[in-house]
Design a binder for this molecule. Structure first.
Ligand code: 13P
Length: 251
């Protein structure tokens, strides 16, 4: 049985005071022990989140990391080992905002994935197609090739210590959610693709769905057999809404 995971990606949001409020709100939520809960604050707020959430069972992750795992002379970057030292256990890799806006290519993502695992951080690899790619019926080809970059470079076994998040770009921040069936189809294709290389890895890896998940649609998504939780953006900035999504995963 895969343990469901619900993670909040706070993106470039939050001030010291709004983050303090959000952390206070999260600590007052009831979470089911069957669900793993995590938050990904901006770098600036990681220490505060780690301190505030100590003992709560909520894990803290980072939204990015440097391509090299060890500290060194690399102005503006944050090393995987520094994230571990700060109390992170997870890190997002390949979010569409970093692929598209920052321009991170597959070789950068492979290096980041490797750097994370070198120090024991669990990468959450984000994959997903644009609207134009979906309309051209290229969804599985695009998602497949994003996975292949990691598999070809590092081997399929790296997914025993990683999580995959399917986030259709057209559903991120748009209020347009993939239907549970649309999401399930892609999740099943991802699991089948991994299973063709290693059935055990495919059975164990958690596949999260992300893209306009809210308390109102979470339960229908999480009910699908290959959807093992969610990666939540906007709705994760409200503790009650995020708590309700986590409870939907536990029900
Ligand atoms: P929204 O939930 O705001 O659509 O964002 C999803 C996302 O990008 C999470 O990483």
């Amino acid at each position: 049985m895969r343990r469901l995971m619900v993670a909040g990606n706070w993106k470039m949001h939050g001030t010291r005071s709004s983050v303090a409020e959000l952390l206070k709100g999260l600590k007052s939520q009831e979470f089911s022990a069957t669900v793993e809960v995590a938050v990904f604050p901006a770098f600036l707020h990681i220490s505060e989140a780690v301190e505030a959430l100590r003992g709560s069972g909520i894990a803290v992750g980072a939204q990015d990391l440097a391509t090299q795992s060890a500290p060194g002379a690399l102005t503006g970057e944050v090393a995987a080992s520094q994230l571990m030292d700060a109390g992170c256990s997870l890190v997002l890799i390949g979010h569409s905002e970093r692929r598209q806006v920052i321009g991170e290519d597959e070789s950068v993502l492979v290096a980041k994935f490797k750097a994370a695992q070198e120090v024991g951080l669990v990468p959450v690899l984000c994959v997903g197609e644009t609207l134009a790619e979906r309309e051209a019926e290229r969804t599985l080809e695009v998602v497949g090739s994003q996975l292949d970059s990691i598999i070809d470079a590092l081997g399929v076994e790296v997914f025993t210590r990683a999580v995959i998040a399917y986030e259709p770009v057209w559903a991120i921040g748009t209020g347009l959610t993939a239907t549970p069936e649309q999401a399930q189809d892609v999740h099943k294709a991802i699991r089948d693709k991994l299973a063709a290389r290693n059935a055990e890895v495919a059975q164990g890896v958690r596949l999260l769905y992300g893209g306009s998940v809210k308390a109102a649609n979470a339960a229908d998504l999480f009910r699908m057999p290959d959807i093992d939780g969610g990666l939540i953006g906007g709705a994760a900035l409200n503790a009650d809404e995020f708590g309700a999504i986590c409870r939907a995963a536990g029900s």
